[in-house]
Design a protein around this ligand. Structure first.
Ligand SMILES: *[C@@H]1O[C@H](CO)[C@@H](O)[C@H](O)[C@H]1NC(C)=O
Ligand SMILES: *[C@@H]1O[C@H](CO)[C@@H](O)[C@H](O)[C@H]1NC(C)=O
Ligand SMILES: *[C@@H]1O[C@H](CO)[C@@H](O)[C@H](O)[C@H]1NC(C)=O
Ligand SMILES: *[C@@H]1O[C@H](CO)[C@@H](O)[C@H](O)[C@H]1NC(C)=O
Ligand SMILES: *[C@@H]1O[C@H](CO)[C@@H](O)[C@H](O)[C@H]1NC(C)=O
Ligand SMILES: *[C@@H]1O[C@H](CO)[C@@H](O)[C@H](O)[C@H]1NC(C)=O
Ligand SMILES: *[C@@H]1O[C@H](CO)[C@@H](O)[C@H](O)[C@H]1NC(C)=O
Ligand SMILES: *[C@@H]1O[C@H](CO)[C@@H](O)[C@H](O)[C@H]1NC(C)=O
Ligand SMILES: *[C@@H]1O[C@H](CO)[C@@H](O)[C@H](O)[C@H]1NC(C)=O
Ligand SMILES: *[C@@H]1O[C@H](CO)[C@@H](O)[C@H](O)[C@H]1NC(C)=O
Ligand SMILES: CC(=O)N[C@H]1CO[C@H](CO)[C@@H](O)[C@@H]1O
Ligand SMILES: [Ca+2]
Ligand SMILES: [Ca+2]
Length: 857
């Protein structure tokens, strides 16, 4: 019943959707691609905020398992909430915690969660969400600024990202940055054993087994849960700080990350034809793996274990991190797989709500939180670990390497994970979950909600549906879908520069695939709206993609990335700045929802966690918002994320009217009544030419371009309601150089948040540039050679003042430039392919920088 005819579906992206009232702030990068339309996409996302975002960004799945479907779409909303637009040129990062925390790094990224974000968000259609985030690590100095903090598998994740996007050019251009990033960890390699060590806390797993084994009296094991703080001579002597952090430990998790990291560096070096570099790194990876096998595998337990650095104390107990190495291709032989199988029992890791993080027979196992407010890794079920564990199971199950870890076993564990992602019957993810009670154990209000330190989409696509991404023109599927499923569909899955659709319709009755050239029962795969593979059964697939993947990936990667010029990651410091007339002041001295929340780059519409400004309790029935940019910019629209909680019993609704005035006092947008305002959505309002006679313009949406550095937005409240806004954006095409204005850069940054550390903020935007006072720096990003390629370039710093600046390229090399009055100083630098980070750090005096100009050669 194989169909050979193919029909191109003429359903362009987004055109068939109902929610046409909300215009997009910028065109989706992949809007030239075609897709199939078996599913009614809007029906899956109509209850979510900003439905247009989902229509443009996510793959749609249709599955007979309602919980899987509900959790899938919920988890796409979790991803969306964690997308933080940083600043022009910097693009997006993903956050782990919904609000900034003191222990996060630059721009609120946290290294331990970053690789999860990379593999999870690689399934979104806009590749820049991940590419921008990757470059904060490879070029933007995240781990230079904070120092290495939490362990991570970023190298492996960067590689896996390219395996699905097919964007090899991007991958190879990150090689130098990846090596530099890897070498930052050298100081955590023990010279005697050659293994890497970190405390469990810095491996993102506090209260782990090693802490209990060394945190008792005289460095021995802890023997009582509560010694009432007695000292050793009084019969107590527990060291609770050490129990919490754990000692410096060789962990199978971290060492697997490091093996995988070295291995992918070797592979990328081979891709660029540098065989000696490739050999060095591959050999290093192999040696490190052997050291892991020799030291971190317990012959008694037949399992990967922790070993404490220096004392070489062997932590003979099964922790779930012992299941991590397989996910990184380590331990895939019979011996190790038998060991893994032995841990998968009711006494071991298996529990109702995901695997426990410590086997249940261990004397330090805790099923109910006893020691701290949140985070314990001696038993609780953590989505972070569960998602890695599922990747491990899938690798073994799909290759038929175990009679215990079968597809059915994988599905049992995947289902538990799905059901863990609930609270009170609704999909929900927090930090940690009780292993045998239907409740979250780590779930602090206005902090843990929608916690993103795990994957779900990636487990669905690569593990469950078995789409195993790899370079080249071949598509490989090894599905673990239950054999009793008669149907499922995936639409708009981005892969190697195309959009793929997968339709399983056992008897051909469920989906009407006929219009696409396949009226038959079976499994069909489409690319770019065209059927290219059909088989009667749902078994493994290995087919050639019907397009040139190199070319398709390059085409997608070359689409311009639009830039929001209003966000400021250090808001309310420096510019851009948003101020407003009113602030909800609940107790008389504290502004509960400050105006700068409208340009912190974060955008969601929950009541709690909160992220909005409101004029609630203002004496005026309208709110006035001022937007000040560092310099006049050309723009033709403004986007307002309007918060509406009326269906939750709140008082914030879409405003009755909106007026936007430019710096000259001219009205460039006026809607009164604002009839097409959509609550809990990004409303993009195009500007119209101001009327010559100064009256309000009512000619909407002409896309008139205004050049201004100041805008005032007046929002009039709906009668009996108040107004609230979560974010304001202005999107413009990217600056392609060769001139980059210093005032467009980011002046310093918070490491963490207000509670963390601020560095380099001591700059002033004035006279068309930035004056750098003591300790200040300004960061320009996405600075390119004219041809976008790698090589030498002349960098001219147009500046003045009196003092010196250190010019840093990608946080690696620096050159000092001094000014004594206005001057153009040209230096030669080595630039990397694509966008470069150029940081100008004050080193003495008070230099002034106007702009940086690049010329090739
Ligand atoms: C390891 O050895 C290198 C080279 O001998 C030395 O520079 C480094 O300080 C040593 N590191 C530690 C942690 O002892
Ligand atoms: C698996 O690999 C380890 C380490 O190389 C080795 O000791 C063991 O014998 C291997 N097992 C099998 C079944 O090959
Ligand atoms: C998809 O189809 C569009 C329109 O026909 C075409 O421009 C594009 O190159 C195709 N892309 C791929 C990857 O097939
Ligand atoms: C898929 O097929 C290609 C070409 O026949 C082959 O080289 C490759 O190893 C196969 N991949 C898998 C995972 O079977
Ligand atoms: C695919 O496109 C690339 C880049 O345009 C080209 O170099 C290559 O030869 C093409 N491959 C095939 C098989 O046509
Ligand atoms: C907004 O700007 C106007 C015009 O410059 C000014 O009069 C007003 O005080 C500003 N309001 C706020 C809240 O910044
Ligand atoms: C202002 O100019 C517009 C467009 O020319 C015109 O329609 C409108 O009547 C004028 N209004 C006043 C008050 O003059
Ligand atoms: C212009 O806008 C103001 C509110 O900002 C409103 O009071 C006035 O009626 C409008 N004028 C016209 C001619 O629409
Ligand atoms: C900012 O710079 C000024 C002048 O250079 C200096 O006096 C002040 O201490 C600096 N502030 C900080 C926080 O470094
Ligand atoms: C620049 O500053 C230095 C040191 O403070 C001072 O000696 C010099 O005269 C200054 N030069 C100018 C042009 O202001
Ligand atoms: C929530 C709670 O109290 N959990 C446990 C704490 O530990 C004791 C034993 O030490 C258990 O009995 C509790 O159930
Ligand atoms: Ca915001
Ligand atoms: Ca300038």
């Amino acid at each position: 019943m194989r169909s050979t005819s193919t029909v191109v579906a003429l359903i362009a992206l987004g055109t068939g959707v109902t929610n046409a009232t909300v215009s997009r702030p910028y065109p989706p990068a992949d809007s030239y691609l075609q897709t199939t339309n078996f599913l009614n996409h809007s029906s899956y996302v109509q209850d979510l905020d900003d439905p247009q975002w989902y229509l443009d960004n996510i793959p749609f799945i249709d599955v007979p398992d309602q919980s899987m479907s509900d959790v899938y779409y919920y988890r796409t909303s979790v991803i969306k909430r964690h997308l933080k637009w940083v600043a022009e040129g910097q693009g997006w990062v993903s956050t782990e915690f919904i609000h900034p925390v003191s222990w996060s790094s630059k721009f609120q990224s946290t290294p331990d969660s970053a690789p999860h974000h990379v593999v999870e968000l690689r399934w979104l259609r806009d590749l820049n969400y991940v590419k921008n985030h990757i470059q904060q690590y490879t070029r933007g100095g995240v781990e230079k600024l904070s120092g290495v903090t939490f362990t991570h598998y970023m190298h492996q994740a960067i590689y896996e990202h390219a395996q699905s996007t097919g964007d090899i050019d991007f991958l190879t251009s990150q090689l130098d940055g990846m090596i530099a990033m890897y070498e930052l960890w050298d100081k955590l390699r023990d010279n005697t054993t050659g293994l890497y060590h970190r405390t469990p806390l810095q491996d993102a797993q506090e209260y782990s087994l090693p802490g209990f084994l060394v945190g008792g009296p005289s460095g021995g094991a802890m023997h009582e849960w509560d010694d009432f703080g007695l000292s050793a001579s009084q019969g107590g002597g527990n060291n609770y700080g050490l129990i919490w952090s754990g000692p410096e430990t060789y962990r199978p998790s971290m060492n697997a990350y490091m093996v995988a990291g070295a291995r992918v560096i070797g592979q990328i070096a081979a891709m660029v034809g540098n065989n000696s570099l490739s050999h060095t790194w591959s050999q290093y990876a192999g040696d490190l793996q052997t050291k892991m096998e020799n030291m971190l595998y317990s012959q008694e337990l037949n399992f990967w274990i922790d070993v404490v650095e220096h004392t070489n104390l062997r932590c003979e107990g099964r922790e779930l991190i012992g299941t991590y190495p397989y996910r990184f291709g380590i331990g895939m032989n019979e011996t190790y797989i038998r060991g893994l199988e032995a841990s998968l029992t009711q006494e071991g890791f298996l529990s109702e709500f995901g695997p426990t993080t410590l086997e249940q027979t261990n004397s330090y196992f805790t099923a109910l939180k006893n020691t701290t407010y949140c985070c314990v890794w001696n038993g609780q079920s953590w989505p972070f670990s569960t998602s890695v564990y599922l990747d491990t199971l899938a690798r073994i199950a799909r290759n038929g390497l175990s009679s215990i870890i079968t597809p059915a076993f994988f599905n049992q564990e995947m289902t538990k994970y799905t059901l863990t992602n609930y609270k009170d019957g609704v999909p929900y993810t927090a930090e940690s979950h009780y292993p045998s009670v239907d409740g979250w154990s780590g779930d602090t209000g206005n902090h843990s909600e929608h916690y993103l330190h795990s994957t779900y989409l990636n487990n669905i696509f690569t593990d469950f549906f078995g789409i195993v991404p790899d370079f080249g023109d071949t598509l490989v599927l090894q599905p673990l879908v239950p054999s009793n499923w008669s149907h499922f569909a995936i639409e708009n899955l981005p892969y190697h520069g195309s959009l793929l659709s997968f339709v399983w319709d056992q008897d051909g009755s469920h989906y009407k695939t006929g219009t696409y050239g396949n009226s038959s029962a079976g499994f069909s795969i489409f690319s770019n709206g065209t059927l290219f593979h059909h088989q009667p059964t749902l078994c493994a697939v290995n087919v050639t993609l019907p397009f040139n993947t190199t070319q398709a990936a390059a085409t997608l990667a070359s689409q311009p990335e639009w830039q929001n010029i209003v966000a400021n990651p250090n808001s309310p410091y420096n510019l851009p700045r948003i101020t407003a007339t009113d602030c909800l002041n609940l107790n008389g001295d504290f502004c509960a929802f400050p105006a700068w929340k409208m340009n912190d780059g974060l955008l969601w519409y929950d009541t709690t966690p909160d992220n909005r400004w409101t004029n609630n309790q203002s004496q005026y029935p309208y709110g006035t918002i001022n937007i000040t940019l560092p310099r006049p910019r050309k723009m033709n629209a403004i986007s307002l994320a309007i918060f509406d909680d009326t269906d939750r019993g709140g008082v914030a609704a879409c405003p009755a009217g909106v007026k936007v005035v430019n710096g000259k006092g001219e009205v460039v947008a006026y809607k009164n009544p604002w009839t097409d305002c959509v609550g809990n959505a990004l409303n993009t309002i195009s500007f119209a030419a101001p009327m010559a006679n100064g009256t309000n313009t009512t000619t909407p949406d002409t896309g008139y371009t205004v050049e201004t550095g100041f805008l005032q937005v007046v929002l009039s409240d709906k009668l009996r309601y108040t107004t609230a806004v979560t974010e304001i954006q202005i999107w413009v095409p990217p600056n392609t150089g060769p001139r980059y204005e210093a005032e467009d850069g980011v002046i310093g940054t918070f490491i963490g948040s207000y509670e963390g550390k601020a560095t380099g903020l001591n700059g002033t935007i004035e006279n068309g540039g930035v004056t750098l006072h003591a300790g200040a720096w300004v960061e320009l990003s996405d600075v390119r050679r004219a041809d976008g390629g790698a090589g030498k370039a002349q960098l001219t710093i147009i500046g003045g003042g009196n003092g010196t600046v250190e010019v840093q390229m990608n946080w690696l090399t620096n050159t000092t430039v001094s000014f004594q009055g206005p001057a153009n100083k040209t230096i030669e630098v080595e630039m990397w392919r694509g966008g470069n980070w150029v940081d100008l750090l004050q080193t003495s005096g008070t230099p002034f920088v106007d702009a940086v100009v690049v010329s090739d050669g």
